[in-house]
Design a protein around this ligand. Sequence first.
Ligand SMILES: Nc1ncnc2c1ncn2[C@@H]1O[C@H](COP(=O)(O)OP(=O)(O)OP(=O)(O)O)[C@@H](O)[C@H]1O
Ligand SMILES: [Mg+2]
Length: 454
Amino acid sequence: MKQRVLVIDDEENLRHMLWAMLRKNGYHADEAENGERALAMAREHPYDFIICDIRMPVLDGLGFLRKAQEAGIGGTIIMMSAYGTIDTALQCMKEGAYDYVSKPFRNDEVLLVLKKAEERERLKTENRRLRAEIGREYSFGAIVSRNGRMREIFELIRKVCDVKTSVLVLGESGTGKELVAKAIHHNGSRRDGPFVAVNCGAIPENLLESELFGHVRGAFTDAAADRAGLFEEAHGGTLFLDEIGDMPPSLQVKLLRVLQEGEVRRVGAERTTKVDVRVISATSRDLEREVAEGRFREDLFFRLNVFGITLPPLRERLEDVPLLAAHFLEKHGTALGRPGVRVSPEALRLLAGYGWPGNVRELENCIERSLILCDADVLGPEALPDALRGSSIGGAVVYPEEDHLSIKKAEERLEREFIRRALDKTNGNRTHAARLLEISHRALLYKLKEYGME
Ligand SMILES: Nc1ncnc2c1ncn2[C@@H]1O[C@H](COP(=O)(O)OP(=O)(O)OP(=O)(O)O)[C@@H](O)[C@H]1O
Ligand SMILES: [Mg+2]
């Protein structure tokens, strides 16, 4: 559909010249000789863009801008300032005009401002759409995703959250394992109980036991008083055993006993205490391999893994990248006092084309860092870390969701992508594109045909 532009100027020649130029460039254009007339026209049928002179009889540019806003007339307003009206033009921008062009101007200046404004509108709409998606169907608790496998995981969480079954969450670092554990807790019948998390890999072996199970006074040198462990603290709620793969073998036995019997014995105590705790554990290690290689007890593995959830790495769900980027922009933009910042389409392409070895956490850090480093309202490619610019070929092309291990398919995708880029760069000139690709013209034609890219 053609974009609708209204030109407002009392000077008939200029108005008509603009009108004709816009029509020639694919816009639907109308003209009005003053602000009053323009208001009536815009009420009748809204415009995408309004290009408005400042000095006019009846109702001038600033007056028009104010009345248009009062009347809730949409559309991006661009002012035309002549010598002596720059101050007013700036005032108009303060009051909501998008930009101004100075008279006399060249046609391409006006077209450029329009293009920029169109791009901004497009981004705004896209952003609204993404935000709505995040809010509506593409999230479960704080977990955002539109990926099919992730959405199956949402279903699994729904099914398991109300029962006491042990859950084991697997996935590479940064894929959202802790988020899943919290979603299970907060959506289930234990949500009013405590959620207690412990990182089994971060606590020294000799402390972990008393941390988990507690101790009595005098059990060891530093035990000056009785103390409850995390199991007792989590009574009535959920205990999240993070990095369970790092748990030392001596404790694996003790943990197994607690899980089997539902009671804990504080270090140095005679008696045991009954606890009602739902255990969710997680690890980024390949736990089955740890079992096979004798580092993790098989019986404990089966106990913990009654219900297993495996999170796919981000490179296997790159369709989530735009959604997650919008989510983190909102989250950190708000925290940093910069709401409404967006990513340019070019930057988004880079984000969606990267392999994300650090998964969602890396993406989140990247967005936060870019927000801090760049203070524009639209983050372009230059705001992103070098790593992304260097390896953009790797991601989207080499790691799409389906059959990502096929070298043949990856090669094909790579070729398509490079051909597309070469043609973009040469405005579709195949001879020049073939030269960039360092293949013969005939080879290029053959590939275009083979890939149905003609
Ligand atoms: N699907 C998602 N939607 C929104 N935020 C996410 C998602 N996945 C992960 N995150 C965010 O990314 C960060 C890392 O997630 P989390 O800590 O759950 O990962 P993890 O798998 O436990 O990583 P690790 O193995 O390194 O501990 C967190 O800030 C989390 O909020
Ligand atoms: Mg974690």
